[in-house]
Write a protein that binds this ligand. Structure first.
Ligand code: GRF
Length: 211
């Protein structure tokens, strides 16, 4: 078993971050949160981190003269906090190539639909659920995937289906999906903590637990 030393990247409320935090507290996830990073100084995720005495840092591209300086600051922060794995918990910015290269196959994102449908640059937040309903889908869901250089495109680690109901609104569907997100992210992270993950091209194989 490996201890995941996590950096959480989050832009908003951070309910997925909170679910990870509670999974760690309840011994469901063998990890510790080293630092929380947000592009948004008012993110609920930063406030929650500070309330719980976790290192919290506001870092965004506009604070720096160049992308290179931003990359260097992010990497410096990750190294200083001895991070070995990154969880994107509602992070609305694209992860820059330098960070992806430094943490290849060690960055997970959660998306509130069944990728590769309803993903990509403009499909985030309520737009995802609006698009699912507009298409008349009977099923939506949650995808936890590795992060590569394209939006919502890296190899899939875990998916869970969520029914779409006939009277759903984007908000009601989002709420049903979010509940499943909170059960999904820590489970996918725990696969990595248990060193059960084998990545072969786009295929992510999860070995059976060793007991
Ligand atoms: C979640 O729906 C997640 O799938 C998406 O952004 C949302 C973040 O919600 N990437 P929260 O900030 O974790 O509550």
């Amino acid at each position: 078993m490996k201890l995941l030393k996590l950096a959480i990247f989050a832009s908003g409320t951070g309910s997925n971050f909170q679910a990870i935090f509670h999974a760690i507290r309840n011994y469901k996830l063998n990890a510790q949160i080293q630092v929380v990073i947000s592009n948004n100084p008012d993110a609920g995720a930063l406030a929650f981190a500070r309330q719980h005495n976790l290192p919290a840092q506001h870092l965004c591209r506009t604070q720096f003269d160049s992308g290179e300086k931003f990359d260097a600051a992010v990497l410096e922060c990750l190294v200083a906090h001895e991070v070995n794995f990154i969880a994107l918990a509602g992070y609305m910015k694209k992860i820059r190539p330098k960070i992806i290269q430094a943490f290849r196959h060690r960055i997970l994102n959660i998306h509130p639909a069944l990728l590769p449908a309803f993903g990509g640059k403009s499909l985030y937040g309520h737009f995802v659920h609006e698009a699912v309903l507009a298409h008349g889908c009977k099923v939506s869901g949650v995808t936890v995937h590795l992060v590569d250089e394209e939006y919502d495109c890296g190899p899939i680690v875990l998916q869970s289906a969520v029914p779409v109901l006939e009277n759903d609104t984007p908000a009601s569907l989002a709420a049903r999906v979010l509940k499943v997100e909170h059960q999904s992210f820590y489970r996918a992270l725990q696969y990595f903590a248990e060193e059960r993950v084998e990545i072969v091209g786009r295929q992510v194989k999860i070995r059976l637990p060793a007991y």
